[in-house]
Design a protein around this ligand. Structure first.
Ligand SMILES: Cc1cc2nc3c(=O)[nH]c(=O)nc-3n(C[C@H](O)[C@H](O)[C@H](O)COP(=O)(O)O)c2cc1C
Ligand SMILES: [Fe+2]
Ligand SMILES: [Fe+2]
Length: 405
């Protein structure tokens, strides 16, 4: 299913809905699906196509472009980013455009030519663009802005001054298949924030400082942004500050006071016992707890867990010792937290269970400390909870609560 709709005069959105990708990048659970957004700017000297879609929608992409411009009029293709969710349809599209009698010039960061040519075994008629470079196309102008690491090193944005529109590729995008294309078609957009945060932490969590840099770069460029046109999700033309604000909070790691994320695994319920106690104590202290678990009965979604960490004021991790190390599910989770959700200065409590020689707590503490967390514990238990362990846990919870509120 696709949408071809005017964003503003001469600038069209081409959006395809992908409900079939269950694991974005082969990693992140997205039961809510995702969209791929491309854009077409029509000028009196031909059309400019910005990005494409994922390869499986290549034929549909060609049809969608035809709904807004004749293929023979396609003069430029701007590639903001090489990743296949945006370049996959390019080979089919270029072939169709050439058959229609045009040989468009492909524009992008110098790195993208090699990436795309290698990925698809094609040759591009290519012109690299410089940071801040402008290009006049007919009666309009394009201004290219380098935004490295949002999401790859070659990623750029395009500003169209005529429409005060910033075409931003992955930045300002989100998971989900919104029932409408534009922000002004919704009365309430609060539901969207969680999809934004999940997407942002999953995809560019490691690079969140670059979001802060890009926002500053856009601000200091003195450009007025009335439209934000990302490559995934809703297009912003009534209130771009809504999505800018979410990305600013993501980039800066702004916390929601009193919010605690608890993540644990438990093979037989020993860690779960400790966690139940900790959660009860946290809630008694008025904190809001969101829990993710890896047990015999349930495996939480990693995409959600990382998304919830974006604004958590504190983290609790529960692990058991496993073959002289960390139980594998939590080894993976802690690794992901260190990569995607490293928040220097945030408090974390590590608790654990063991059978004969505890190792997991220390390993997790070290990994979280390296990721910047201020770790309390580990408090590790051999078997059942005793009064002594309970009071140690209560003291740790008190310390964590004070830091989280
Ligand atoms: C496959 C396996 C490996 C384990 N390896 C260790 C170990 O190396 N050292 C240790 O002290 N306990 C080890 N244990 C024991 C668990 O850490 C202990 O039973 C713990 O209480 C389990 O907590 P849980 O049921 O919440 O996961 C192991 C248990 C299993 C099932
Ligand atoms: Fe990307
Ligand atoms: Fe993308």
């Amino acid at each position: 299913m696709h949408i071809a709709k005017k964003v503003v005069e001469n600038l069209h959105l081409l959006r395809v809905d992908d409900p079939d990708t269950r694991f974005f990048e082969g990693l992140w659970e997205i039961p809510e699906g995702i969209t791929y957004n491309a854009y077409v700017l029509a000028t009196d000297e031909g059309s400019v196509v910005f990005d494409t879609w994922k390869g499986r929608y290549a034929d549909e992409f060609v049809e969608a472009v035809k709904e807004v411009t004749p293929l023979s009029k396609v003069r430029y293709v701007v590639l903001h980013h090489g990743e296949p969710d945006h370049t996959g349809a390019l080979p089919t599209f270029l072939k169709a455009v050439r058959e229609a009698g045009s040989d468009p010039l492909v524009l992008g960061h110098p790195m993208i030519k090699g990436m795309v040519e290698s990925m698809y075994g094609i040759k591009l008629r290519f012109k690299p663009v410089k940071d801040g470079e402008t290009l006049a196309v007919g009666d309009t102008e394009l201004r290219f802005i380098y935004t490295p690491w949002l999401h790859w090193p070659e990623t750029i944005m395009t500003y169209v001054p005529e429409h005060e529109a910033l075409i931003t590729c992955d930045a300002f995008g989100a998971y989900s298949i919104p029932p409408k294309a534009f922000d002004d078609e919704f009365d309430d957009l609060r539901w969207y924030e969680k999809h934004v945060m999940r997407y942002a932490v999953n995809v560019i969590g490691k690079f969140r400082q670059h979001v802060v840099k890009a926002l500053e770069k856009i601000r200091s460029a003195g450009i007025k942004v009335s439209v934000i046109a990302p490559s995934h999700g809703i297009v912003w033309r009534r209130d771009p500050s809504f999505i800018i604000d979410i990305y600013r909070r993501f980039g800066e790691g702004t916390v929601t006071k009193g919010k605690v994320v608890v993540i644990y695994s438990s093979m037989y319920g020993f860690v779960e016992n400790i966690i139940d106690h900790v959660v009860k104590e946290l809630e008694l202290r008025g904190l809001t707890v969101t829990t993710f678990r890896f047990t015999e009965y349930e495996h939480s979604r990693l995409s959600e867990l990382l998304g919830e960490l974006a604004d958590a004021a504190a983290l609790v991790v529960g692990v058991s010792t496993y073959e002289g190390g960390v139980v594998p599910s939590m080894e993976h989770v802690v690794n992901l937290i260190a990569k995607k959700a490293a928040y220097p200065g945030r408090p974390a409590l590590v608790v654990g269970a063991y059978g004969w020689a505890p190792t997991a707590g220390r390993i997790v503490k070290d990994a979280l400390t390296k990721a910047g967390y201020e770790v309390i514990g580990p408090i590790e238990v051999k078997g059942a909870l005793t009064d002594e362990v309970k009071s140690a846990l209560n003291a740790a919870v008190r310390e964590l609560s004070e830091k989280a509120t």
